[in-house]
Design a protein around this ligand. Structure first.
Ligand SMILES: C[S@@+](CC[C@H](N)C(=O)[O-])C[C@H]1O[C@@H](n2cnc3c(N)ncnc32)[C@H](O)[C@@H]1O
Length: 273
């Protein structure tokens, strides 16, 4: 181990102990890059100096946490994936008199992903003349980042944030809230926002028929990714779908439990029996 590695390991332990953010779950390269950004911003050049600075500044812990949890997200991010969810998955899950959507948006950031899903589900049911059945839709929205979760709970977004959402959906399922747009209440209340660290905690519940975990596991190291994939496989009901990010691939033991049904959109399915 080089001196630099030893100093990095020491700093990682300090951060994990003081902030509860389990750095060991993430790829080393990713963490080093994010810490370097904060070190540059603070004008320090060594891990030791940054550790000393952190020790005297709770605010810097918050800024570091912001830098470590990459919260980039958008409504209808990766339109082709949503289009497939809309055309194929939702009719399959919500169709028929017993249709239900029990979804988990794992790593939901500020809520654009779970609200996109709930808006699409509302649109599907409304078009079927079953709008009063929206109570059959529940979306658990979880993330580790408390600031993002506050935004998700508020559910207020600037109009520009809705740019990629099909215009008719933005028109019908959002209302003005001061200078912002907010998902209409009947849809918004189908989303339950809560804190959950995917790398250490169990799923909010079991028997989901749709799990979205997009652009989250990519930051985890391989062992943690494998564990999280196993959690997803176990939390899916028979016939349930798992949607990963465009560049993410399922591996490890979960690969034998789920079937790849759409390689392009990274959609996997738990066999029905
Ligand atoms: C790039 S955003 C992805 C948001 C959304 N899924 C999307 O694709 O647009 C990654 C999110 O993962 C969250 N995250 C990172 N580590 C996490 C962990 N251990 N548990 C839960 N969420 C985590 C971050 O806080 C961030 O909000």
């Amino acid at each position: 181990m080089t001196d630099d590695d030893a100093a990095f390991a020491l700093l990682s332990r300090q951060i994990t102990t003081a902030s509860g953010f389990a750095l060991a779950a993430y790829k080393d390269k990713c963490i080093r890059r994010r810490i370097a950004v904060r070190m540059r911003a603070c004008g320090v050049h060594t891990y030791q100096d940054y550790g000393a600075l952190l020790a005297g500044s709770p605010h810097e812990y918050e800024r570091l946490r912001d830098a470590l949890t990459i919260n980039v997200t958008r409504f209808y991010r990766n339109a082709e994936t949503w289009s497939l969810i809309r055309r194929v998955l939702l009719p399959e899950l919500l169709g028929g008199p017993r249709g239900e959507l029990r979804a988990w948006s794992a790593g939901c950031a500020s809520g654009e992903e779970p609200y996109t899903l709930v808006v699409l589900a509302a649109d599907y049911l409304d078009r079927e003349g079953r709008g009063d059945e929206l109570a059959r839709v529940t979306v658990d929205a979880t993330d580790i980042d408390r600031v993002s979760l506050e935004r998700a709970r508020a559910g207020c977004y600037r109009s520009e944030g809705l740019a990629e959402l099909p215009a008719d959906l933005a028109e019908r399922y959002f209302e003005a809230a001061g200078p912002c747009r907010r998902v209409v209440e009947r849809a918004r209340r189908r989303v339950l926002v809560r804190h959950l660290d995917l790398s250490t905690e169990p799923p909010p519940r079991l028997e989901y028929n749709l799990i979205l975990c997009r652009n989250v596991v990519i930051y985890f190291d391989r062992a943690v990714q494998e564990r999280v994939f196993q959690i997803f496989a176990g939390a899916l009901a028979p016939g349930g779908f798992l949607v990963l990010g465009k560049v993410e691939t399922l591996f490890g033991p979960a690969r034998d439990r789920l079937t790849l049904v759409d390689p392009r959109e990274r959609i996997y399915r738990r066999p029905s029996s």
